[in-house]
Every structure is written in C-alpha cells, then in structure tokens.
Design a protein around this ligand. Sequence first.
Ligand code: NDP
Length: 337
Amino acid sequence: MTEIPDPLSPEALAGLVATALVRHGAGDAQAAAVGRTVAAAERDGAESHGLFRLPGYVASLRSGKVDGAADPELTSPAPAVLAVDARLGFAPLALELGIPALVERARETGIAALAVRNCFHFAALWPEVEAIAERGLVGLAMTAATPMVAPAGGAKPFFGTNPLAFAFPRADGSVMAFDQASAAMARGDIMIAARDGAAVPEGVGIDPQGRPTTDPAAILAGAQLPFGGYKGASIALMIELLAGAVAGDLFSIEAGAVDNGDGGPPRGGELVIALDPDRFGHGTAWRGGSEAFLEQLLAIEGTRLPGSRRNVRRAQALTQGITLSPVNRAALTDLLA
Ligand code: NDP
C-alpha cells in the first residue's frame, strides 16, 4: 500500500496524484501535469478543483473518453495567435506547452492569444493566468463546459459554468488574480454541498420545475443560475463564443451532447490572452500607477484583493504542508491501491 504522509508537500501530493493516474492508464507526462494542477488546488485551498476531481479524472481514463497518453501539439496559425491541439488529452499538459510560448509571443507582439482545443477540462483557470503574470504580463483565460446554467429569463441549462480568470503582475513580483465562474456558484461547490447534506444560498439555482431552491440536489437536477442575472449570463455567452467558436472547440450544449456521462471532465476549449503592458507605448508607468491604484482600493475598510485568500492558504501549505481531508485521503488511498 502506498503511504500518504500527513502533512505532505505540494510536490509529494502531485507525485501521488500522478502515480494514481498512471495506475489507471495515463501516460507519465499527462499524469504529472494533472498531478501538479490538482496539488496546486489543494495547496491553495481551492477544494472544488483539487482531489475532489481525481475520481472524475480516473473515470475518464477508465471509460476511454480521454487519451491519457496524448501528446499535445503547438502551432501558430497567425503572428499573434497560437494553438495547442490537446489531441483529446487533459487540459493541464496542453496548457504547460502553450503558456510559455504565448508569453514569448506576447512579448514580441504586445498581445497574443492561445487557443487550446480538443481537450478535457476539469480545472481552475488561475494556474495559467498566474503563470502569465509571474512572467510580468497580464493574463486572461476562459473556458466553457457542459450545459448547467440557465440563460437569463430561461429555466433550462444552456451555458456551462464558464469561468473567467484574470491575473495582473505586481511590482514586488507577486500576482493579483481572480478566477470566477459565471454561475452564481461553481458546480463543484454545489456537488460538495449535496455530498455533505448542506443547503446553498438563494440565487444559486432552480429546481427542474424552474422554482428557486436552496437544495443542492434539486439544483443539480434543475439548473444553476448565472451570477448577477443577465450580466453574468452575458459573460457566459461571451465565453461560449470565444472559447467555443473562436478557439475552435465545442459549445457547452455540444460538449454535453457528446459526453459519455462518466463523471469526468467535459470536452471543451480554452482561450487564453496575454498582454505585455510594457509594449503599450507608455513605458513602464503602468507599474507605479497600478500599485498606487490597488493601494487606494485596499485603504477602504473591509476590502481585500482577489486571490489573497488563496495566497494565505498557499503560504501556509508551503511552510506547514497540506493536510488532506479524511474524504480526500480515503479517495486517494483507494485510487492508489
Ligand atoms: P469564488 O466565488 O470562490 O471566487 C471568485 C474570485 O473572487 C476568486 O478569485 C476569489 O479570490 C475572489 N474573491 C472572493 N471573495 C472576495 C472578496 N471579498 N474580495 C475580493 N475578491 C474576492 O469562485 P467560483 O466559485 O466562482 O469559482 C471557483 C473555481 O471554479 C474557479 O477557479 C474556476 O476556474 C473554477 N471553475 C472551473 C470550471 C471548468 O470548467 N474548468 C467551470 C467553473 C468554475 P480568493 O480565491 O482569494 O477567495
């Protein structure tokens, strides 16, 4: 039996996740990239995208939906556009291939976009936008999913939970990042509430008859709602068009139609945009300006920057290690057996 230390380092956790995936049919490179993504989520306290997702990753290998040995391919269809064909593998390895190339290209052109297609996406988006901002550029990323969210005025799932992530480089080398679903609540959090028998706040979703409810199971059977009514719905709509039509992959309704229901990640593309602020014709003035702006924001009582909760959890995990929840420990033990 594989021993799981308590606590354990993010690197050790990434290695164990990769081992579990290899045992269920993944190739080393795909497994290692998913391992890093899952471990980063656990490290940052992003529960809905950490080990909670591992059984789904494994299910998609077992069902043959995902090619766990896929070798993604990078091309450049236009001077400021890159594309990674994930060849029906998981998203993390495709992103690890595409992001450094995207940053390099955006440094040349000022702005560049990366389309990742033919991939299966189950992860948070902050890792890729943070990787851009850690290199001194601004990052934006978005992906669609399967139909879960009702459009404004409708009562039927149509949009994915379609997250949008943004990261901005700070003067001290750190990063300010937000990453949010366009649904009022991420599906993973509703699933966790259903698993734990907890209610969710009002406004998160409707039951199959279209009635507002706080019962997570009824919402999973009915539809989620976008955040902010029609405003969140318009962001979800934009993401369908950019990560689906423009990136060259499926809309959420198409991904839902082809999914085999194995509980693993849905098929879907991701669009990532990088901007080099140094190339916008006003030197490096943006650095001081943005810092002064953020300082004024933080001077308002009660405020914090997005990502700061994750950063605190990350700092704790890096000094004290990660303590797995009993349910995650049991799931990982099971998948390593
Ligand atoms: P949250 O609502 O938990 O948080 C959204 C963002 O708001 C975070 O960046 C968070 O920072 C920030 N934030 C929260 N509270 C405050 C505050 N008081 N002041 C300033 N900023 C704040 O995220 P969601 O539930 O919407 O999404 C969770 C994850 O689910 C995302 O990572 C997303 O990528 C992922 N997802 C992935 C999908 C996929 O198909 N791959 C689909 C849908 C979602 P902090 O983290 O520091 O709290």
